[in-house]
Design a protein around this ligand. Sequence first.
Ligand SMILES: Nc1ncnc2c1ncn2[C@@H]1O[C@H](COP(=O)(O)OP(=O)(O)OP(=O)(O)O)[C@@H](O)[C@H]1O
Length: 459
Amino acid sequence: MAKARVQAQRNADQLTIHQDDLKEEEVEELLDESADPLEESGRTMDESSEEEVEDSVAQDILRFEESFVGINKRYRLINRIGEGTFSTVYKAEDLEYEKYNNRWDLDERENSKWASPAQRRRPSRRPHYVAIKKIYVTSSPIRIFNELDLLHDLKNSDSVCPLITAFRHLDQVVAILPYFQHRDFREYYRDMRIPEMRLYFKSLFLALQSVHGKKILHRDIKPTNFLYNPQQARGVLVDFGLAERQGTDWHQCACALPSEERRYRINHSVYAQTQQAGPQTSSYPKNETRSSRRANRAGTRGFRAPEVLLKCTQQNTSIDMWSAGVILLTLLSRRFPFFHSADDIDALLEITSIFGRKKMKETAILHGQVFETNIPSYSDAGHSLEKIILWCTGRTGDKAGPKKELDEDEKEAVQFLYRLMECDPTKRITAAEALRHPFILKAVEDSEEDEDILDMVEV
Ligand SMILES: Nc1ncnc2c1ncn2[C@@H]1O[C@H](COP(=O)(O)OP(=O)(O)OP(=O)(O)O)[C@@H](O)[C@H]1O
């Protein structure tokens, strides 16, 4: 029933929109459709003209249309495509596309390069899709403003999904973004090959380079926030709901001190004094009077950098590079999610099981924290990432048989991974440096090779 009502509404909307066009341009219709290269390239993967919509989704769409008065005059809601912690995202057709300047539409820009002057003058018959992000009314206005403000700042970056516009109706705010065709990460993480990974990360680091260039931390880098289209080898970053400008609410952290001064402070700390008092004394002050440390720990579990977990009070853009490293580890190990912690302590322990106790102690000290664990199974040195990837991909081999090894491409990927999952944020690779790393530079060589193959086919 709900489905039928949505369909009836859609048909009515479609009629009012297209009647006039048809009268004016009937003759050109056929030409228009066959000459539009985007008819081929723009509709990829999951896109069909009408999608199967579940009853519960259809009802949700109706409720949204009823509560947000006027939304269906501008957009034809098609499907619900995402339900996150802070918003619901719908796919919709932009019914008023031709009325506005659409500089944001990269596909259209690309398309018009190939079109004749006559085709360029004609309004395209291709439907134009947008993503409508309905931000939950429980989000604070400051948070909503922050997201829209940062998106506005990033509007000229080709690799950030731009904000087209935003509307408010009573307490409801919606952000309108271009709909970006992408493939669900879960469909390809098990079999993505190294050359494809190079392209994926090249695109991700181009995006991060532009975001970090503006001194903005995304804070929530994970596969669902990087919408990637393998056919175009291009992805866009979405969801700036947790993003912040670097320096917001900073207090001095030991990691930003010169190493001499840091050592001096550590040697004279309360902890160092209790240590000097001898092994019988408890390592921790019994009557702690200092308030517990506060720091922004926003992000998604499993993707938070060690300094976020250790409550560093001067976090910078390098936290996103760690999260990108977790994505690479996921792809190399074919395990998603790779980390599965219930809370921050668990998350620290998961990292410890890889990098070992010694590294974690050093990392904690960097931020003026003490890391101790009495869990016996954690070794001091941890395990190499190579070994972990071999274990995860079932290449352990038996003791009698030949030693199993990663192939050359994988070894190169792991070298790159060490630069991303560097526990000390001051030593971690930046997005700009990552783009110059051999692992990423080879992406260009690979695609040139592909072109050679294409040339051969043409000849
Ligand atoms: N522009 C877009 N084009 C296509 N799909 C999109 C777009 N924006 C968002 N989505 C889809 O909607 C999902 C949720 O979007 P978003 O991450 O912005 O919301 P969220 O509520 O902050 O989610 P989460 O809590 O999972 O981080 C995305 O993972 C993606 O699948």
